[in-house]
Design a protein around this ligand. Structure first.
Ligand code: Z5A
Length: 210
């Protein structure tokens, strides 16, 4: 059975982790083997890069930040994602390449074409079969994070203008497999909508998801 690569994307507090977990449970219940990953992270190198990218207390050069995320992605793709897909498993990623275009390009101001090229090097050209983009207004995501008492990382401390640019980049995202979902619905409604998209994506009939 061919592997399937699903990425869940969106701004802070959009419900990505909740949706990724629920989708994984549904896929496992349907008999598929699922490998869940979060970005950045998932290998020793990627976890080390995550710590610096999210927790470093001082300003860093925008390109330095970019390469931390890409170093994490390169290692995760080579060590975890490609082997899982080759073994016919479903990979569910909590964030992937669209996050880089939203945060480092739209948010941080790096040039899109150069970043896309560097990302292709990191991923060796791998792109998700389906990218589910959850849309929530900035204040809704923030409010959810406050309610969940999430400790703020370097990005969550950025100003509203940064977060609006990130959200607009997500809203503009398009391309093969990119699907936009209303993240302000209930968790169950978001899961059902995401599941319909997973089932609708060609060629799922050959991918053992029903
Ligand atoms: N980053 C980057 O800059 N460049 C890159 O290339 C990559 C990442 C890959 C990773 O943060 C940071 O790295 C991220 C961008 C940057 N920084 N920021 N900010 P992270 O992994 O620590 O956190 P996050 O991705 O921002 O996730 P989050 O805040 O945890 O949000 P979430 O996963 O989208 O939401 P959640 O955890 O599922 O839900 C949050 C709360 O809302 C929780 O209490 C839920 O129960 C609740 N929730 C979820 N869904 C709903 C619905 N539908 N209704 C009501 N309540 C809900």
């Amino acid at each position: 059975m061919p592997g399937l690569f699903i990425a869940v994307e969106g701004p802070e507090g959009a419900g990505k982790t909740s949706l990724a977990r629920a989708l994984a449970a549904r896929l496992v219940a349907g008999g598929r083997q699922v490998v869940s990953v979060r970005e950045p992270g998932g290998t020793p190198v990627a976890e080390a890069a995550r710590k610096v990218a999210l927790k470093f207390p001082h300003k860093m050069a925008p390109a330095a930040e970019l390469f931390l995320f890409l170093a994490a992605r390169a290692d995760l793709v080579e060590k975890v994602i490609r082997p899982a897909l080759a073994a016919g498993q479903v990979v569910l990623a909590d964030r992937f390449d669209l996050s880089t275009m939203a945060y480092q390009v739209a948010g941080g101001g790096l040039p899109a074409a150069a970043v896309a090229e560097a990302n292709r090097l990191a991923t060796t050209g791998l792109v998700p079969d389906i990218t589910l983009v959850l849309d929530v207004p900035v204040d809704v995501g923030r409010q959810r994070q406050r309610a969940a008492r999430k400790v703020q990382d370097r990005f969550e401390r950025q100003d509203d203008a940064f977060h609006r640019r990130v959200l607009e980049a997500y809203r503009r995202a398009q391309g093969p497999g990119v699907v936009h979902l209303d993240g302000t619905q209930s968790k169950q409604a978001v899961l059902d909508a995401a599941w319909r998209e997973v089932l609708a994506a060609a060629p799922l009939s050959t991918r053992g998801v029903s």
